[in-house]
Write a protein of this length. Structure first.
Ligand code: SF4
Ligand code: SF4
Length: 170
């Protein structure tokens, strides 16, 4: 496991569940881990609800108590760690992914003070989500670019082209 702080703990747990080897001899891991993965994917989409906590806790307990293999016990422990973390709370109660990894909880925006109005982000955006006009020195009303939250699919293509580091994820 990568330590919390480098990678979103929810994504980290999902990756762990996808890789862990279950012996497939008991119901608790096979069905339980699939249910857990489904609930965690909901979290990454920003659709987590407080009620999921109890269900995830029950699944973790069930896997820990009844799993016959090491993989099942490990998965239960990783899930229990996630449920007791501040990151889990942030995803559900604050609707926020502290690591900016979960697309459903992350928004792209232009920092107006840093935007040089070069238009490169608008050129690469496949969704037409970047709004604005290039800087023209003879105009007095140049306005920094903006990103439409409704159109932005969070593909990330605009990030590397901005030389001013003016696009951020919030
Ligand atoms: S690429 Fe950066 S500096 Fe250029 S318009 Fe977009 S946000 Fe502004
Ligand atoms: S993240 Fe993708 S869709 Fe959103 S503004 Fe940037 S290039 Fe466009």
């Amino acid at each position: 496991m990568k330590p919390v702080g480098e990678v979103c703990a929810v994504v980290n747990t999902l990756e762990f569940l996808a890789k862990v080897k279950f012996c497939a001899r008991c119901w608790s891991c096979m069905v339980g881990s699939a249910q857990v993965s489904g609930l965690l994917r909901k979290l990454t989409r920003g659709e987590g609800v407080p009620e999921d906590f109890q269900l995830l806790g029950l699944l973790s307990f069930g896997m820990k108590e009844t799993a016959r293999c090491k993989g099942g016990k490990e998965a239960a422990g990783v899930l229990a760690d996630l449920l007791s973390s501040e990151e889990y709370v942030a995803h559900v109660e604050n609707r926020r992914c502290p690591q900016r990894s979960c697309s459903g909880l992350t928004t792209y925006r232009v920092v107006a003070e840093r935007c040089a109005m070069c238009g490169l982000c608008k050129q690469v955006c496949p969704e037409g989500a970047v709004l604005g006009e290039e800087y023209l020195p003879y105009l007095a009303d140049n306005v920094p670019y903006t990103i439409s939250a409704e159109k932005c699919t969070k593909c990330g293509l605009c990030l590397p082209v901005c030389a001013e580091n003016a696009i951020e994820l919030v």
